[in-house]
Design a protein around this ligand. Structure first.
Ligand SMILES: [Zn+2]
Ligand SMILES: [Zn+2]
Length: 138
């Protein structure tokens, strides 16, 4: 969690244990969890954790540019980390959000600094396509 602490300090966020755990969890989770899911996943570890703390921490991480929100097809607010910059694939059948690597080949004007990239592909994910094919052939 050393890296987590360093990243929070770099953004002038006081690295309380709760904040570190929430950010660490967000970095590991590949599922783009909702605040509710983060609360559910961490409550065993931090029994005193309130939903308000989760919401406030996510808001702070977002304000400081460490996290962002991403909405799926059901318009659920889901959370994500910004590093490394990546695009999203949103499945319109199951709503799952998958990270897609983006080539760092874009050229920006001299002296520009990119803080956030938002690129979303929409379509049908592999497992939903497989399910659909099974149904068609059943
Ligand atoms: Zn799907
Ligand atoms: Zn993502």
């Amino acid at each position: 969690m050393k890296d987590v602490k360093g990243q929070l300090l770099e953004k002038d966020i006081r690295p309380s244990l709760t904040r570190m755990k929430i950010y660490d969890h967000l970095m590991r989770a590949k599922s783009h969890p909702t605040a509710e899911e983060i609360h559910r996943d961490l409550i065993d570890d931090i029994p005193t954790l309130s939903r308000t703390t989760v919401y406030n921490t996510l808001k702070l991480l977002e304000e400081k540019g460490l996290a962002s929100t991403v909405f799926n097809e059901r318009n659920e607010r889901r959370y994500d980390v910004l590093e490394p910059p990546h695009a999203h694939f949103v499945c319109r059948v199951c709503g799952r959000i998958t990270d897609v690597a983006i080539a760092p080949s874009a050229t920006y004007p001299e002296g520009f600094h990119v803080e956030e990239v938002q690129l979303t592909y929409r379509g049908v994910c592999g497992s939903c396509r497989e399910n659909r094919q099974k149904k068609e052939h059943a």
